[in-house]
Design a protein around this ligand. Structure first.
Ligand code: GRF
Length: 213
């Protein structure tokens, strides 16, 4: 059997952003959309946390913001199926996880294969999971950074789209390193979304090729 090749669509698209917290990556994407640097609109900002500051920001910006209470669903899959219904209703082409602190069900990952991105504050596959800036410092690495990747069933292990490295300094704390990485997150996440809707992202197996790079 030949290798399956995915190429992102070159079109004016629709984005759903999923978040659970402050939403600075959402704001970076929104700014890029507003400035015309991403050929898409944000059709939905979705959260599993009612009080997420990012959800409030979205509402204030006039975007549709939706909170879905996980406690109202019998399982992770049922919750995700409702989320999928909401996304499909709005004809969304790409889901951007931006600090969405809830593991997606295998069902969701399959339905949105190559159509769901995440940003992670480390150079994957090093330091998956949580508190990764502290883990990078404690391990003694000289460089860490940010990774934009497609979401796969293995958490933080999907195909890597873009990465940016930053030095880890001797005097770094978790907070100072996180801040240095965040600056890069805000550059590479909007850029990856831009490339997606330019039809320039090609996925072969677990490798991502940027066309006309
Ligand atoms: C970021 O560090 C991102 O890499 C991680 O969660 C954090 C979200 O921050 N997945 P924000 O809500 O986008 O400000």
């Amino acid at each position: 059997m030949g290798e399956e090749i995915f190429v992102s669509p070159k079109k004016r698209g629709r984005i759903a952003v999923f978040l659970s917290g402050r939403g600075s990556n959402f704001r970076a994407i929104h700014e890029a959309v507003t400035a015309g640097r991403i050929n898409a609109s944000i059709s939905l900002v979705f959260s599993n946390v009612e009080t997420a500051p990012g959800l409030l920001t979205a509402r204030e910006s006039g975007l549709e913001a939706l909170y879905l209470n996980p406690k109202l669903f019998p399982s992770r899959e049922e919750y995700d199926k409702q989320a999928i219904r909401e996304i499909r209703k709005r004809d969304v082409d790409l889901v951007c996880l931006a600090g969405y602190m809830r593991i997606l069900s295998p069902h969701f990952c399959r339905e949105f294969k190559n159509r769901c991105m995440n940003i992670h504050p480390a150079l994957l596959p090093s330091f998956p999971g949580l508190h990764v800036q502290k883990k990078a410092i404690d391990w003694g690495v000289r460089y860490s950074g940010a990774t934009v990747h497609f979401v796969a069933e293995d958490v933080d292990m999907g195909p890597i789209i873009l990465q940016a490295a930053v030095p880890v300094l001797q005097e770094d704390t978790e907070e100072t390193l996180a801040a240095r990485i965040l600056v890069e997150e805000h550059k590479i996440y909007p850029h990856a979304v831009h490339l997606f809707f330019e039809g320039r992202i090609e996925v072969r197996g677990r490798r991502v090729f940027i066309r006309d790079a």
